[in-house]
Design a protein around this ligand. Structure first.
Ligand SMILES: [Zn+2]
Length: 177
């Protein structure tokens, strides 16, 4: 495999901004609803109930939009990943098990980029698309995934890039054997 040392990253800048905008929109609506509910708890006032119902409908609409966008992103990401695997003549795609992901050092960063819902949709899409082209998808515990060489099972060295093997980093795993 020939590479320039950059990790493969699936990026959709436009969609990423939209994901952020929708999340922000929902937060603002939820905060408004919370205030209204407080007011309603203090007693009914004309228009408050209707306003509260309206906000609930708005929140449901934004949620639906979020779900739709997340699913579209997950499928586009899975398509991209299967294409990478095909281009590199891989026969297996290893995916980190969702349940063990949180405990990892990189968990926080990964979590803010990709929610649990998106991850499980991604895995579903990955399984579906990979099966069509004869590539197996195997889930493995996140912890220790990159500790051992998948070919010879000896300990891997981690470095920032293939041409910087003397340095320590987590982006690339390198088998010295
Ligand atoms: Zn090896």
């Amino acid at each position: 495999m020939h590479t320039d040392g950059k990790p493969f990253v699936f990026a959709c800048p436009g969609a990423g901004a939209k994901v952020h905008r929708l999340r922000r929109q929902r937060e603002v609506l939820a905060a408004k609803l919370q205030q209204l509910d407080k007011l309603l708890a203090g007693g009914e006032a004309p228009g408050l109930r209707a306003r509260s119902e309206f906000l609930k409908t708005e929140i449901a609409l934004v949620s639906a939009r979020q779900g739709h966008l997340n699913r579209a992103l997950a499928w586009a990401g899975a398509r991209w990943l299967v294409d990478q695997a095909l281009a590199n003549q891989a026969s297996v795609i290893y995916a980190e098990d969702l349940r063990t992901m949180e405990s990892r050092g990189l968990g926080k960063l990964t979590n803010t980029r990709c929610s649990n819902a998106v991850r499980s949709e991604l895995l579903k899409a990955l399984r579906h698309l990979a099966k069509k082209v004869g590539i197996a998808v195997v889930t493995v515990p996140a912890r220790g995934t990159s500790a051992l060489c998948p070919r010879c099972l000896k300990a891997l060295h981690h470095c920032p890039a293939p041409d910087r093997q003397g340095e320590n980093g987590h982006k690339w795993s390198w088998c010295r054997h």
